[in-house]
Design a protein around this ligand. Structure first.
Ligand code: NAD
Length: 286
């Protein structure tokens, strides 16, 4: 049976390190790292995510401010708020909860965020920095996956890694980080041919397709490390259940190590957001 990579435990460790940094910043520089979270509209999942981020930030001693805008808010109003937060020296990190209502342009909003405060790492300048191996603010979910992977593989050099999914927020930055650690990286996606055999040859499989239980035993080679990024809300017997992209029951007996859902990548993402906020605050000291 595969070793379980426990995201709850590992994220608690990261959060303890963040809390220590927050204390140091406060004691030595009189700075309380502050995260501004912007939520547009009433999407229930986004509301839960924002609530969790604010709560965790406060638990590690940060300040966190949630800005809630109406679902009908205009692009100008949203960009204006971003401008105010950019100019506020008391705010070190800005996060706009995605997805936005369809009349708003996500790329425009992301581009409006000061790259030094872009704790999601989605600004084009930060994306470029990551691609050229010089990133300071790395997208939170892939960053969390890397911490999990290092638990099993302190040296990732030469490993065959397959990332399933090519989104800007997970798949592509994940591939960039693995490449930086000298993995041989394949990005598989909805048009990949023979995807199961591509995946079966990997030492590491990162599943980020957003398809519940897509990845079963046929996709995984013996002893592979499997990181399940997927969070899919499925209704089972009338109850809402969260499911990963990996069919845990069929994959766990074959894999060498595996992350659960829930309690895997999810908690690591929030921990890395707070790690990024502390980093951003430190860089803004000068
Ligand atoms: P997305 O929809 O933007 O991208 C999905 C990608 O998967 C696409 O590139 C697509 O080509 C690929 N894909 C879709 N169906 C496929 C198939 N059958 N075979 C192979 N590839 C396929 O999604 P995203 O934003 O990258 O998120 C992916 C999943 O990760 C979602 O379930 C999302 O909820 C979850 N997620 C979790 C966290 C976390 O903190 N754990 C953070 C972000 C996203």
């Amino acid at each position: 049976m595969a070793q379980l990579i426990d995201g709850k435990q590992l994220s608690a460790q990261v959060l303890r390190e963040v809390a220590a940094e927050v204390e140091l910043l406060s004691a030595e520089h009189d700075v309380v790292p502050t995260l501004a979270v912007v939520l547009v509209g009433e999407d229930p999942a986004s509301q839960v995510y924002v609530r969790n981020k604010v709560k965790r930030a406060e638990e590690v001693g940060m300040r966190s401010i949630a800005h809630r805008l109406d679902a009908e808010c205009t692009q100008d109003a949203l960009n204006e708020l971003i401008g105010v937060l950019n100019d506020d020296s008391q705010v070190h990190g800005i996060l706009v909860q995605l997805p936005l209502p369809s009349h708003l342009n996500e790329d425009d909003v992301i581009a409006a965020i000061d790259p030094a405060k872009d704790v999601d790492g989605f600004h084009p300048l930060n994306v470029g920095a990551l691609a050229s191996g010089r990133a300071s603010l790395v997208p939170c979910t892939p960053q969390g996956c890397m911490i999990m992977l290092r638990q099993v593989h302190p040296d990732l050099s030469g490993k065959n890694a397959v990332v399933v999914g090519r989104s800007n927020i997970v798949g592509k930055p994940m591939a960039a980080l693995l490449l930086q650690e000298n993995c041989t990286v394949t990005i598989a996606h909805s048009r990949t041919k023979n995807i199961e055999s591509v995946s079966r040859n990997a030492d590491i499989v990162v599943a980020a397709a957003g398809r519940a239980k897509l990845i079963n035993a046929d996709w995984i080679g013996p002893g592979a490390t499997v990181i399940d990024v997927g969070i899919n809300a499925i209704s089972v017997d009338g109850k809402r259940k969260l499911m990963g992209d990996v069919d845990f029951e069929s994959v766990a007996p074959i894999a060498g190590a595996i992350t659960p859902v829930p309690g895997g990548v999810g908690p690591m993402t929030i921990a890395c957001l707070l790690l990024n906020t502390t980093r951003a605050a430190k860089r803004q000291l000068a």
